[in-house]
Design a protein around this ligand. Structure first.
Ligand SMILES: Cc1ncc(C[n+]2csc(CCOP(=O)(O)OP(=O)(O)O)c2C)c(N)n1
Length: 532
């Protein structure tokens, strides 16, 4: 029997263990998906943006590449914001989209992807439409090899719909590609030297440390150096336990204020993050003039765009281990731990502070947090600190429409791994609307996710930004009249609303005990926090 391109595609995917496909299909994808093999799973999202966010979070939680099936140019358009997030999250997604039949492409029929390669750029590492039908399976192999190598990230394949029934005489060779760079102590010698002489070093740790399996190595390094540790700004996930006595908090994502936070340190070592990911423009010095910065990254683009310091291309996790192995234990006095936050005030209204405090009270210590809560994120990180690897996920891009869907990907990954950790998804009442359909997928897969929607009735972070930029009178920042309980119920999710602080804990506990998707809309105090 001749192997067809479709059969070869699925055989390559099978051998690469790409048997879960997140997607939203259309006519141009149906030829590829026909007679869908029974050992594959298609996770249907009701729009392309949630499909990509689910896949991104699934890839991050499992550490593996994932297939995403989208619908020609239109599907790519809907998905692009989250493909951008996958790019900055370093999520190895193999995004495919169907293309109209080659027979008619010249005539530009309905649903032609007229610019298949440029549509996903600049947020994919590789984009390709095979020149010949029989190259589709080989292109999948190459797409995989491109997606997983460091820095991991999304790739794109356009597959003409009439390619799939063509004969495929030869399967491509299934290859493996290194997912990690090395960390050569000889090459890292200037950092070892600087740290061994430093008077007051500081570490700035990014999410790539956790992605490269370096969580424990970063702790060993920090303890051996007996130095302060900051989380790099605006990272989608932490790389260092936020409950550790050396941990100081998340650096501010503005040039001048961040530079001032690092005052007093002669040696700054940034590992597994850009230098730095900024948000509002507040001018100033990148780092104090008397400091020297060293940057360890496995991403050449990050190394290229850093405005200060010396960059070293190396695996972030392995580099932590190598620095630890080559440095003597410091005799420095341990820095004083950051004082604990006082208990939140209990007012008539629930504050974000009280909400996050209560979530931390009711959750189990090993729960997984997924979040997209913008204006109060600093509080969230302080009140709900992450203590273990791979247990906090969000996006590193600033693109809304991630959190609600990402929780679905994380929950599927947790279930596939046989885990039973609680999954708590905290998503602002603005952000929740971008991928609200993800609730339906959570229901279809009976995923035990507690969705918490802090309802402040506004795009509060934009109000804070407007204050910071001194841009009064911006329209479109209020969100009256959204009922998340009804929206959730419409998708089959059990839901309730809570306004009274005394009822909050019980409400959250009901959600955690439900064993199915459960949404709690929490009316919170709309006071606008400051941006910095
Ligand atoms: C795709 C996309 N559209 C618009 C924005 C602009 N934006 C940034 S934050 C924000 C509002 C977030 O509001 P909400 O989720 O309610 O959180 P809050 O700031 O109120 O805590 C908007 C609209 C964006 N970042 N991404």
């Amino acid at each position: 029997m001749t192997t067809t391109v479709q059969q070869a595609f699925f055989e390559v995917a099978r051998q690469l263990k790409l048997t879960t496909i997140f997607g939203n299909p259309g006519s141009t994808e149906e030829t590829l998906l026909k007679n869908f093999p029974s050992d594959f799973r298609y996770v249907l999202a009701l729009q392309e943006a949630p499909a990509v966010a689910m896949a991104d979070a699934y890839a991050q939680a499992t550490g593996e590449a994932v297939l995403v099936n989208l619908h020609t140019a239109a599907g790519m358009g809907n998905a692009l914001g989250n493909i951008e997030s996958a790019w900055y999250n370093r999520a190895p997604l193999i995004v495919t989209a169907g293309q109209q039949t080659r027979e008619m492409l010249l005539l530009e029929p309905y649903l032609t992807n007229t610019q298949p390669l440029s549509i996903a750029q600049p947020f994919v590492k590789w984009a390709y439409e095979p020149a010949r039908a029989e190259d589709v399976p080989g292109a999948l192999m190459r797409a995989y090899a491109m997606a997983v190598q460091p820095p991991a990230g999304p790739v794109f394949l356009s597959i003409p719909m009439d390619d799939v029934d063509k004969p495929c005489p030869k399967l491509p060779v299934i290859r493996s590609v290194s997912r990690r760079l090395g960390a050569d102590p000889k090459y890292l010698a200037p950092i070892i030297e600087a740290l061994s002489r430093a008077r007051s070093p500081v570490l700035v740790i990014g999410g790539a440390v956790d992605q490269s399996g370096g969580w424990d190595d970063a702790v060993r390094l920090a303890e051996s150096l007996s130095c302060k540790v900051w989380a790099a700004p605006a990272e989608g996930r932490p790389g260092f336990p936020e409950t550790h006595p050396l941990y100081q908090g998340v650096l501010t994502s503005a040039i001048g204020p961040l530079g001032r936070q690092l005052e007093g340190h002669d040696v700054i070592v940034v590992i597994g993050a850009p230098v730095f990911r900024y948000y509002p423009y507040v001018p100033g010095d990148y780092i104090p003039s008397s400091s020297r910065l060293y940057h360890i990254t496995d991403d050449p683009s990050e190394a290229g765009r850093a405005p200060v310091g010396d960059s070293f291309l190396a695996d972030p996790g392995r580099a932590c281990a190598v620095l630890f192995e080559h440095l003597p234990k410091s005799q420095r006095k341990a820095p004083t731990p950051v004082p604990k936050l006082p208990l939140p005030l209990i007012d008539k209204q629930i504050t974000a502070d009280y909400l996050y405090h209560t979530i931390d009270e009711v959750r189990s210590a090993d729960s997984i947090i997924v979040q997209e809560s913008l204006s109060t994120l600093k509080l969230l990180r302080q009140r709900i600190p992450t203590s273990t690897s791979r247990s906090f996920f969000s996006m590193s891009s600033g693109v809304l429409g991630y959190g609600l869907a990402a929780a679905v990907g994380v929950a599927l990954a947790e279930r596939d791994a046989g885990g039973q950790r609680q999954i708590i998804d905290i998503v602002g009442d603005g952000a929740a609307n971008y991928v609200i359909q993800a609730l339906w997928t959570a229901v279809q897969h009976e995923l035990p996710i507690l969705f918490v929607v802090p309802r402040n009735g506004a795009y509060n972070i934009l109000k804070a930004f407007a204050k910071q930029l001194d841009t009064p009178g911006v329209p479109g920042l209020d969100l009256p009249g959204i009922d998340f309980v009804s929206l959730a119920e419409g998708y089959g999710v059990q839901a309730e609303r809570v306004e009274d602080p005394s009822e909050l804990a019980a409400s959250l506990r009901r959600g955690l005990a439900a064993g199915v998707p459960y949404l709690v809309e929490v009316r919170i105090d709309p006071t606008i926090p400051s941006l910095i």
